[in-house]
Design a protein around this ligand. Structure first.
Ligand code: SF4
Ligand code: SF4
Length: 191
């Protein structure tokens, strides 16, 4: 008689599967020491500290985690990852959660970062290169009129130095790039 029973994958395992990391300890090793939170330069803008976010993942509190702005606020400085005494890589967890959020379409439409990330990824998948003027219409008004003026001044300077392309260019063999990306992350919801 087959005594095996199918087990549902936990949220922590789901996140760890998305890490695609050959190094880095399992999140179950987290001792909640808060070294990551103390090292984080943008923790004051996060609704959950990195320590708390890891704790919520381990507790399987998926809805709370996915509604958090923490991984969208992460500046990818890797200070947390350098300092974690247990060898956990919180910065990579942040990346995994942003990918998961885009893939599952769970991100908050009022936030700038997820929508910017989605457009940026889309542009890279289409052309292999970033194209800053393509993002401007969607985000230039986020900083109000002073922000528009600042952005215009910056654009003029970049144009003068030939650092702002007027026409988007495309790399050769874009299909190869797309296949490589598709091997490490689902493209559903992004393309
Ligand atoms: S530094 Fe590492 S062990 Fe400490 S709370 Fe952060 S993830 Fe957990
Ligand atoms: S990588 Fe992100 S979460 Fe980690 S310390 Fe830097 S900003 Fe904070």
């Amino acid at each position: 008689m087959d005594t095996t029973t199918a087990r549902r994958i936990t949220f922590r395992e789901e996140v760890e599967n998305l890490l695609h990391a050959e190094e880095g300890a399992s999140l179950v090793r987290c001792i909640q020491c808060a070294t990551c939170s103390a090292a984080c330069p943008v923790v004051e803008f996060m609704d959950h500290t990195p320590r708390l976010l890891i704790g919520l993942i381990n507790a399987g509190m998926k809805d709370e985690v996915m509604a958090s702005n923490t991984f969208w606020t992460c500046a990818s400085c890797y200070a947390c990852t350098e300092k974690c005494p247990e060898g956990i890589r919180p910065a990579d967890v942040m990346y995994a959660l942003t990918r998961y959020s885009l893939w599952k379409d769970t991100f908050n439409r009022d936030w700038v970062a997820p929508e910017f990330s989605r457009r940026f990824t889309k542009t890279i998948l289409r052309t292999g290169k970033s194209y800053e003027p393509g993002y401007a219409p969607a985000f230039i008004f986020e900083g109000g009129i002073p922000g528009v003026v600042r952005e215009m001044q910056m654009a003029m300077k970049l144009l003068a130095k030939g650092r702002l392309p007027l026409i988007p260019s495309r790399i050769k063999r874009i299909r190869n790039l797309r296949s490589m990306v598709a091997r490490v992350m689902p493209l559903d919801g992004i393309e």
